[in-house]
Design a binder for this molecule. Structure first.
Ligand code: SF4
Length: 104
């Protein structure tokens, strides 16, 4: 009897933990979790890497006033946006680079 109750408790907690982890991962992937920037905001071809490196692009701006989503070169997207000077490839909303130019 005691073992059945413990097993039920364990399975219930395991299920709740798995649901919480799945939800957090889904929110992070779509950029709506309010936490770290989505990790999928990249250039899969690598074609913009020279520009990204030269302009010191990072996924998480140290200065929140210089985030990509506040930049005139940012184009909003679903989760990620794109950057006009990086061949319109994906950049993180919370990212930044040395060419940041504030939207007016
Ligand atoms: S120019 Fe730099 S700061 Fe502006 S959107 Fe592109 S990567 Fe972000």
């Amino acid at each position: 009897m005691h073992n059945d109750f413990s097993r039920r408790q364990f399975l219930t907690r395991l299920g709740i933990g798995a649901l919480a982890a799945t939800g957090a991962a889904a929110l992070a992937a779509c950029g709506k979790g309010g936490g770290a920037a989505p990790t999928a905001c990249t250039d899969p071809t690598g074609g913009s890497k020279p520009q990204r490196d030269a302009l010191k692009y990072v996924d998480n701006a140290a200065d929140q006033a210089k985030r990509c989503d506040l930049c005139v070169l940012w184009v909003p997207g679903d989760g990620c946006g794109t950057c006009k000077i990086f061949n319109n490839t994906a950049v993180a909303p919370a990212g930044t680079c040395d060419s940041f130019a504030k939207k007016t």
